[in-house]
Structure formats: structure tokens, C-alpha cells
Ligand binder design. Structure first.
Ligand code: GDP
Ligand code: IMO
Ligand code: MG
Length: 419
């Protein structure tokens, strides 16, 4: 058996959480493989809207195993809040397992994130300030603390040692902070983290595949925020791409099956960094308003623009996407002419790929496509959609050379159309 991977192809918030929830009934295990509480994955069903940060989006399907993999970074305080929020819904929750090798976000990691962003001033990354960058820095610097360390007798000592290192680093910044309360909350919340099974998740995954269990690996962020291939330095600190599922769960590359690439019918970005097809006009405002484009984690307004074909092709190639899923098609309703960026102009030259100079002023070159008026949110079958919707989908499939198998027309589970 091979594991399938689902991930975002743009700058995050494509609607991964919704589609994982929709697909969960076909799987035995849903596993997060990277990122941490910088993610905000929204699910909607039976009138309930819920946002998950660390917990996989299969959690509302009893009988399914949800796994937080070794590649994820966990803030115990946010994790505890997520558990409390889920329990408050009073609906059955499925089993949750946590890798012993997942790294812990310390209170001082969050302070370092904030201090670093403040020092960068106008050049700030626009981090979610969840301590993601500093935690992955300690992981690769070989200083980090992991979930499996919590039960060690010298855990407190090791925590203190890392904290002291962080305090020294914080002294380099012009940054005031108050640590005591944060620390108390952090240690208190460890109790909730301890109440879940901590496992050697790579063994668990190997055995599951051997026993023909179906696994879906759930990505966070998006390909254009990948530490290697995103618009560096305006990226996150993990590999958000299919390869991240291999390192973040211990799945061998030849054990990857389908790769589901999720994208919005247009494009959004939250935080700083280049966005060639960004809109600063009324249409951009309309996309933001109709699409309710506010960050699920930070509440920040998302920047909106037209779909970017060279960037999508890049993401499809790097991830080995086998199926595309187009989200938020409903948001384009009522726009007379939909534009799609097919090329860029770089230093006066027309190019059809995303170049190294992705932080320069790439001038988008657009193709016009005919829009549609019909509200798609009530649609029960894609065949009933206006012909312009079909034309848009067919054109995208042709230029992206990949089939679009799902079209989403609203946030609810049921607003999902299959092709
Ligand atoms: P994720 O991080 O990729 O899981 O995406 P987010 O949850 O951060 O953001 C996607 C937002 O769009 C959420 O508010 C979803 O409820 C919403 N959403 C998902 N699919 C659709 C859709 O097809 N149409 C509309 N209008 N909203 C959608
Ligand atoms: P999901 O999983 C959208 C962005 C931040 C910032 C940059 C670095 O919900 O799609 P970080 O906190 O990782 O150091 O921030 O990455 N970012 C996201 N944008 N969706 C996300 O996750 C994001 N996670 C991080 O806005 O620009
Ligand atoms: Mg999100």
C-alpha cells in the first residue's frame, strides 16, 4: 500500500482542511507531516465551523487514526486549547497519536520569533509569531527538545539550558518580554500533551502500510512557502512539499501514491513577500469580501489576486501532483472577465516559468477568460454549472497538464463537486 499526500500549491489557505475532512472517510490514518500552529485548517459541517492548528483534519471522523508526525512542531499551550475547543463541541472525536520525535515550541521560541520580526522592521517576514522559525532552527542546530523528551528525568534541566541560550539571544535584541506567566502556562499544558499516546510514528506508519492501511498525509502552508522552493526569505521554515511527507513521517519516496494538489480558483497570500498577480483594485476587494479572506490563525486580511499559472506549474512539478482540486470557484461568480497570469515579464523579457528572481518585480501577463453570473454555492452537480465554468476548468487542465477531480463551491463538506 502507498500513502497519498494532500498539500497546498499556492501560499497556504487553499482549503486543505476542508478537503482532508471530505476525503477522510476513505482513509484509516490522517497524518500531519510538517509545520505547526502557524497553520489554520478550517472545516465546516452540520453548521459547525472549526479551525485546527496542530491536530490533523480527520479528527471529526470516529474510527480514523490521526497522527501528528515527527516533522511537526508543537506548542503544548495551543495544542491544549485545541483539545479543549474540540471537546466543547460535544461531538465524537477520533483517536490522536503523537510522534515522540516531533519538536516542542518553547515560550522563548515565540519570543525570539517576535524579537526577530521586530528587528527586521519593514523587511519582516510577516510570521504568524508562533515560534516556528526559531523551533526549526533549534531542530537543525541540534538543540531542540522533543515530545519523547518530556518524560525524561532531566527534562527540566534540558529545558532550562535551552531557555538560557534563548535568553542570551534575546539580549541581542531591543525587545522587552515577560516570561514567567508564559512558562507556567507552558508547563501546565504539558499535562494535556502527556495524556495522548506518544509513539514511534515511523514504525507505526511502516506497519500500517504493510497491513494495507490507507494513509493520507496532510500538508500545511503551501508550495510557495516552502523553505527551499518558496519565495525566500518570505517563506516558512519547513519543507511544505511532497518530500516533506517523506521526512516528516518516515515514508519512503517509493511509497508515495496519489498527490492531491489544492489550489484556489484565484490566489491569496497573507504576510509579506512577492505576489506578481496581486490586485489592488475593486476586483481584489470583491475577492477578499466574497471569499472572506482573513487568516484562520492570525485574523490578518489576506492579499488577493488572479490565478498564477507559472507558479502553479512550478508547484505541480515539485510535488509530483497527480490530481488537482480547485477551491472557492463560487467566489468568482459575478466577475465579467476572469484573468489568469500565464507569463511574467522579467527585465523586459517574457518568460513562462517562475524564476530565481521571484522577489523582483515580475510583471504579470494575463489571458482573459469569460466569467459567469450563477451563484455556484447551491449547485449539487457540476454538470449544471454554466459553460464558462467548464471552459475555465478545461483551460486550466490543459495548461497545467493535470486533471481537476474536485471543484469546491463553498466552505461546507457538502459543497464539494466531483468530476
Ligand atoms: P487551509 O489552511 O488550506 O486549510 O485553508 P483555510 O481554512 O485557512 O482557509 C480556507 C477558507 O476558505 C476557510 O475559511 C474555508 O472555510 C473556506 N473555504 C474552503 N473551501 C471553500 C469554497 O469552496 N468556497 C468558499 N466560499 N469558501 C471555502
Ligand atoms: P495553512 O496551513 C498561510 C505564512 C505567514 C508568513 C510566512 C512565515 O493554514 O495554509 P511562519 O509563522 O511560518 O514563520 O510564517 O508564512 N504562513 C501561512 N500563510 N497559511 C498558512 O498555513 C501559513 N503558515 C505560515 O503568514 O508570511
Ligand atoms: Mg489556513
Amino acid at each position: 500500500m502507498k500513502a497519498d499526500v494532500l498539500l497546498g500549491l499556492q501560499w497556504g489557505d487553499e482549503g486543505k482542511g476542508k478537503i482532508v475532512d471530505v476525503l477522510t472517510s476513505k482513509y484509516d490514518i490522517i497524518a500531519r507531516f510538517q509545520g505547526g500552529p502557524n497553520a489554520g485548517h478550517t472545516l465546516e459541517f452540520n453548521g459547525i465551523k472549526h479551525v485546527l492548528h496542530t491536530i490533523p483534519s480527520g479528527i471529526f471522523h470516529p474510527g480514523v487514526i490521526n497522527l501528528i508526525g515527527n516533522g511537526v512542531v508543537i506548542d503544548p499551550v495551543i495544542f491544549e486549547r485545541e483539545i479543549i475547543d474540540i471537546k466543547a463541541l460535544n461531538i465524537p472525536m477520533s483517536e490522536l497519536l503523537i510522534s515522540k520525535k516531533a519538536h516542542l515550541i518553547l515560550p522563548t521560541h515565540k519570543l525570539l520569533d517576535a524579537a526577530s520580526e521586530k528587528a527586521k522592521g519593514k523587511e519582516k517576514i510577516g510570521s504568524t509569531l508562533k515560534g516556528i522559525g526559531p523551533t526549526y532552527m533549534d531542530k537543525t542546530g541540534r538543540n531542540g527538545l522533543r515530545v519523547g523528551d518530556i518524560s525524561a528525568i532531566d527534562f527540566k534541566k534540558r529545558y532550562e539550558k535551552l531557555k538560557q541560550k534563548h535568553i542570551q539571544l534575546l539580549n541581542f535584541f531591543d525587545f522587552e518580554y515577560e516570561l514567567e506567566k508564559l512558562e507556567k502556562a507552558w508547563f501546565d499544558s504539558l499535562e494535556t500533551l502527556k495524556s495522548f499516546a506518544h509513539i514511534e510514528s515511523e514504525h507505526y506508519i511502516h506497519n500500517a502500510l504493510k497491513n494495507n492501511k490507507k494513509i493520507l498525509a496532510e500538508g500545511a502552508q503551501g508550495a510557495l512557502l516552502d523553505i527551499d522552493f518558496g519565495s525566500y526569505p518570505f517563506v516558512t521554515s519547513s519543507n511544505t512539499i511532497t518530500a516533506g511527507a517523506c521526512t516528516g513521517l518516515g515514508i519512503a519516496p517509493n511509497k508515495i501514491g496519489e498527490v492531491f494538489g489544492i489550489f484556489k480558483a484565484y490566489c491569496t497570500r497573507v504576510g509579506s513577500g512577492p505576489f506578481p498577480s496581486e490586485l489592488f483594485d475593486k476586483v481584489g476587494d470583491q475577492l477578499a469580501k466574497v471569499g472572506n479572506e482573513f487568516g484562520s490563525t492570525t485574523g490578518r486580511a489576506r492579499r488577493c489576486g488572479w490565478i498564477d499559472i507559472p507558479a502553479l506549474k512550478y508547484a505541480i512539478n515539485i510535488n509530483g501532483v497527480t490530481q488537482l482540486m480547485m477551491m472557492k470557484a463560487d467566489v468568482l461568480s459575478g466577475i465579467d472577465t476572469i484573468k489568469a497570469c500565464t507569463h511574467y515579464e522579467l527585465n523586459g523579457v517574457k518568460i513562462d516559468y517562475l524564476p530565481f528572481e521571484d522577489n523582483e518585480d515580475l510583471i504579470p501577463i494575463y489571458k482573459d477568460l469569460k466569467g459567469w453570473k450563477m451563484d455556484l454555492m447551491q449547485l449539487k452537480n457540476l454538470s449544471l454549472a454554466p459553460k464558462e465554468v467548464h471552459e475555465y476548468i478545461s483551460w486550466l487542465e490543459e495548461v497545467l497538464e493535470t486533471p481537476i477531480t474536485i471543484v469546491s463551491v463553498g466552505p461546507d463538506r457538502n459543497q464539494t463537486l466531483y468530476r
